[in-house]
Write a protein that binds this ligand. Structure first.
Ligand code: AMP
Length: 281
């Protein structure tokens, strides 16, 4: 049976008992509106640890757009059924006041990593992510925590955070889970209109084709090729397209500038902002 806990104090009591018994804790932090992408992280966490802890908290301080926060889907009843199905043991569901009884002022410095892509497009976003993830790690004390590569830059930020503090937790990256038509699963997909949902797989299809073009085009030419693809469909509004290395996620000018290179995109479909990425090599 899953235990649902809204307070830090109670949650820590459960964790204390588990720790004393030498039970290993796998943790998946989420903002709810769960889908198969989240469940894949949870199945892995359950498999690799004695106890599966999950949090659902729509973290207001990581939203730079108040409309996005207001419209973020909240589906706790359905989430609970999905959590039971993957054998979640402890579910942490704090409210905002429980997490932030006082205004938070912490400032984290992630250098170049936070200056590109999501960091550039969403000011304050990663600081808000770092604050909540640190706080959750201190409450849950996980042995391992699982994060999706869908939010590749967030994963890199968290890896840097636990090294910087430092925090005794192993960060486990997990591959992107997609719908049958290739669209990366996301809670925000629920906000797409029928027509937007129908054309959304173009993002995946474009990435797949682009990856194959790296032997023919330079990074700059490839970026232009991808840009043109989206520009020919007026429903899509590009936020950014980057061809970048996998460490500090800096753009590459030449293919041999890095050992591993990814395409990263953020695209608006109507007022829903979707992100995706794919490894080139
Ligand atoms: P969120 O609830 O959107 O904050 O996501 C919680 C965790 O699930 C994060 O580590 C995300 O990267 C991960 N996640 C979300 N969507 C996917 C997906 N399609 N595939 C893999 N992981 C995902």
């Amino acid at each position: 049976m899953m235990v649902v806990i809204p307070t830090i104090k109670q949650f820590k009591e459960h964790i204390g008992i588990a720790k004393q018994a030498g039970i290993s804790i796998g943790f998946v932090p989420t903002m709810g509106a769960l889908h198969e992408g989240h469940l894949a992280l949870m199945r892995r966490a359950k498999d690799e640890n004695d106890l599966l802890a999950v949090s659902i908290f729509v973290n207001p301080i990581q939203f730079n757009n108040q409309e996005d926060l207001k419209k973020y889907p909240r589906t706790l009843e359905q989430d609970s059924i999905m959590l039971e199905s993957v054998g979640c043991d402890l579910l942490f569901v704090p409210d905002t006041l429980e997490m932030y009884p006082e205004p938070v002022t912490d400032q984290y410095e992630f250098g170049k990593l936070s200056e590109v892509m999501e960091g550039a497009s969403r000011p304050g976003h990663f600081n808000g992510v770092a604050i909540v993830v640190r706080k959750l790690f201190e409450i849950v004390e996980p042995d391992k925590a699982y994060f999706g590569e869908k939010d590749f830059q967030q994963l890199a930020i968290i890896q840097q955070l636990v090294k910087m503090i430092p925090l005794p937790v192993e960060i486990v990256p997990c591959p992107i889970i997609r719908e049958m038509d290739g669209l990366a699963m996301s809670s925000r997909n629920l906000r797409l209109s029928e027509n937007e949902r129908f054309i959304a797989p173009l993002i995946y299809q474009t990435l797949i084709k682009a990856v194959k073009l790296n032997t023919l085009l330079s990074p700059e030419e490839l970026k232009k090729w991808i840009t043109d693809k989206f520009k020919s469909h007026p429903e899509f509004k590009i936020d950014y397209i980057e061809i970048a290395e996998d460490q500090l996620l800096q753009p590459v000018a030449h293919w041999n500038d890095a050992n591993s290179v990814y395409i990263f995109v953020a695209i608006f479909l109507g007022n829903v902002r979707l992100i995706d990425n794919m490894r080139i090599f």
